[in-house]
Design a protein around this ligand. Structure first.
Ligand code: SF4
Length: 310
């Protein structure tokens, strides 16, 4: 799939949705009141070091409200920007397959029937919160609607995984991708750039690894240090080097150049509430970051995948 233009030299999610559905599509973040196996002891305690109180779903709906109420509120807000659009129901906060099959079934079916203009379902989860019963349910849902499963990886490197306290192996992640693809389900992977123990080549290796798997989407994040997180505490006690905007731009453009040109780029930086962010503060200017990346790709006269090797 090639959705690139001279201005946008990578496959944007917006272009992908417009091509697939014929108009603007936005995600409506719903909160299914999940927890996480990395918090309650099933896989680990305490969660990933950067996880916020909301389970890294700071823009999700209010978990105490019904899905319908959450949906209506987010939709109303989004319609201030786009009057005519389609929707994808999005479960983002915590680990959204970490429950019984029965509850997941009820919740997911409800979430795609909240409005006639819902064209898909996006579910963020971890590889250790999937099993055969849940894969079967996801396969069934994939026949009913357009389904995307988002999996957190962040990095392929063990040292980083230990520092993050990710509490699952690379093999667990790889196996989950294979199982989802066997069932023809689209997979979107989250990675993070900027861990202080990683070199640029380490970050490139994470993308090289993803190129070998059959994934359909990627979310590239910048490491954010947030208040009220373990990482925030570590950083304030012992500040470490964070990426500058120039370094980040350079790494992302190098990653895009080697990224499989069939993959859709869902995100190229992070998004965090201003009042919670400790560093890097330049990341608050998201438009500037995006423009710098676009400018750099044009300066290099390169596109996503022009150095891709299978
Ligand atoms: S997997 Fe997600 S929800 Fe669970 S601890 Fe890590 S960041 Fe938080």
């Amino acid at each position: 799939m090639n959705l690139m233009t001279k201005e946008k030299r990578y496959n944007t999610l917006n272009a992908f949705y417009r091509q697939k559905f014929g108009k603007k599509v936005f995600k409506v973040s719903l909160n299914g009141n999940f927890t996480c196996p990395n918090k309650d002891g099933k896989s680990g305690y305490g969660g990933c070091v950067y996880c916020t109180e909301s389970g890294s779903g700071d823009f999700a709906g209010n978990k105490n409200e019904s899905l319908k109420t959450q949906f209506n509120k987010v939709r109303a807000m989004m319609h201030e920007k786009w009057s005519d659009a389609l929707y994808i129901s999005y479960f983002q906060a915590n680990t959204n397959t970490y429950d019984t099959e029965e509850r997941l079934r009820d919740l997911f079916y409800e979430s795609i029937s909240l409005d006639k203009n819902i064209v898909g379902l996006s579910i963020a989860t971890r590889c250790d919160a999937l099993n055969n019963e849940i894969y079967d349910l996801l396969e069934e849902l994939n026949d009913k609607t357009y389904l995307q499963i988002e999996l957190g990886l962040q990095s392929i490197h063990d040292e980083t995984s230990n520092f993050i306290n990710r509490a699952h192996s690379l093999k667990c992640f790889d196996d989950a991708v294979k199982e989802l693809r066997k069932r023809n389900i689209d997979v979107v992977v989250h990675i993070i750039n900027g861990f202080h123990m990683e070199t640029k080549n380490d970050m490139m290796d994470t993308v090289r690894h993803l190129n070998k798997l059959d994934i359909q989407g990627i979310k590239i994040h910048l490491l954010h240090i947030m208040k009220k997180t373990k990482l925030g505490k570590i950083y304030l006690e012992n500040p470490f080097k964070m990426l500058t905007l120039d370094e980040y731009k350079d790494i992302v453009c190098d990653q895009l150049e080697i990224l499989d040109p069939n993959i859709i780029v869902h995100r190229l930086t992070g998004d965090s509430p201003r009042e919670l962010l400790i560093a890097p503060l330049w990341s608050l200017k998201k438009l500037v970051v995006m423009n710098e990346i676009d400018k750099e790709l044009r300066r290099r006269d390169c596109y996503q995948g022009n150095k891709f090797k299978k």
